[in-house]
Design a protein around this ligand. Structure first.
Ligand SMILES: *Cc1c(COP(=O)(O)O)cnc(C)c1O
Length: 404
């Protein structure tokens, strides 16, 4: 099956990937999400929309990002050749801008005046504030007060870019409460505003839209890799938080004879609250308007999660990942905090690339793959750069002496 046939079938007309996904919404939001679905389905096939998005990617984002062969790292580990797709070189330093620019362009075509979203660590907020500035739209980012205190530089970036940051003080005052608050604001304002989710999660059509906008990563990488080496890679891998950078890389390879690995954060151990490996340890459940795998406590509520990478600590996962797992097409594996930090320092020292801690999970798995296999190649999505992480890393791990 060609991956384009796969795209036609999944999601189905109800926004389902097999038994996962859908749109479980309060009644007042049903028309708003239907409006977005309809607009997207019309616009995504329009030649004008496609060519405008292409121009933005080339001239504003700096795409295509390169594929890079990590020769020194590969040689140190054995015979497997490791390659990176350099999403860290995308404008604003991560893959998130790929879907934010798509969502912003959609908002513009729909005649909306404002973008509303939540953010946890602030990465999505910064990418969306960037898109809003580009398109001349208002931007309102809901953020837990705990996260505001922890992520001061990203709050500053959002404000410089002209966004309004709405502090959320209820409950634990982190990501989950910020989502609730952003949904409420959107329900009040949906005539003039559009909600822009931060990953391939949430109610239909967001998992589909975000995947489609991120697919440029895999399309470019597949072509670049073929051109560089004459072959496809033997394996590809990416870290899985909500699942957007991974679906972006994976989708164009679904029909190829390529092993695909999604890497989940194993944190400090397998006890509840010590990791965020949703597919590895979760079971079917509902959160934030869609069905997927969910890490649950005994009452069936979303369990507390932890990861050294704040962009990966979400108790659910994009519904398409749950589906691809059950199909057996994608293997879900894990990397611990310790394996991740070793990869963070090794990539920095051997290649001169400081990765985001999120991305370092994928690099950790590629390093494990390189040690376990005698030959072949693995293409890793380097989803973002690590500048945002350096203060935290040095405070907690020093300069990586223990990983030499
Ligand atoms: C947010 C983030 C992720 C995790 O999100 P996905 O939707 O799973 O891709 C990964 N890497 C970086 C650099 C991020 O900022």
């Amino acid at each position: 099956m060609d991956y384009r046939t796969y795209l036609k079938n999944y999601p189905d007309e109800n926004g389902k990937f097999g038994e996962y996904g859908g749109a479980i919404l309060p009644p007042e939001l049903v028309p708003a999400f239907e409006e977005i679905t309809e607009a997207y389905e019309t616009i995504c096939n329009s030649a004008q929309f496609i060519s405008e998005l292409r121009r933005i990617r080339r001239e504003f984002q700096g795409r295509p990002t390169p594929v890079y062969h990590c020769e020194r790292l590969s040689r140190m580990l054995g015979r497997v050749q490791i390659y990176l797709k350099r999403e860290d070189l995308n404008h604003t330093g991560a893959h998130k801008l790929n879907h934010c620019m798509g969502e912003g362009l959609l908002a513009k075509y729909m005649g909306k005046k404002k973008l509303i979203a939540e953010t946890g660590a602030g990465q999505h907020g910064v990418a969306l504030a960037t898109a809003a500035a580009f398109f001349g739209l208002e931007c309102e980012i809901h953020m837990g007060e705990v996260d505001i205190a922890k992520q001061a530089p990203n709050v500053t970036r959002m404000k410089i870019l002209g966004a309004k940051v709405v502090p959320v003080s209820r409950g634990a005052a982190t990501l989950k409460e910020a989502v609730d608050s952003a949904f409420e604001a959107y329900a009040r304002d949906y005539k003039d505003a559009i909600y822009c989710i931060g990953s391939a999660v949430g109610p239909h059509p967001f998992p589909m839209m975000v995947r489609d906008f991120q697919m440029v990563v895999g399309q470019e990488a597949r072509e670049q890799f073929l051109e560089m080496t004459g072959n496809l890679p033997d394996a590809i891998c990416a870290c899985v938080g909500g699942g957007s950078n991974s679906l972006g890389l994976f989708t164009p390879f679904l029909d190829d004879p390529v092993e695909i690995y999604g890497v989940e954060p194993m944190g400090r151990g397998k006890e509840v609250g010590e990791h965020a490996a949703t597919i590895t340890y979760g079971k079917k459940g509902t959160l934030h308007g869609f069905e997927s795998y969910l890490l649950q406590d005994e009452a069936g509520e979303a369990a507390p999660v932890y990861s050294v990478a704040s962009g990966l600590d979400y108790p659910s996962v994009g519904p398409e990942h749950a589906f691809l797992h059950d199909l057996g097409r994608v293997h879900y594996v894990t990397a611990t905090d310790d394996e991740t930090m070793e990869a963070f320092f090794k990539l920095s020292r051997y290649e001169g690339i400081i990765p985001a801690i999120e991305s370092a999970h994928a690099i950790a798995y590629a390093m494990k793959y390189a040690k376990e296999n005698k030959k072949g190649s693995i293409l890793v999505n380097c989803s973002g750069r690590g500048d945002k992480d350096i203060d935290y890393v040095v405070e907690k791990y020093g300069y990586g002496e223990q990983y030499k």
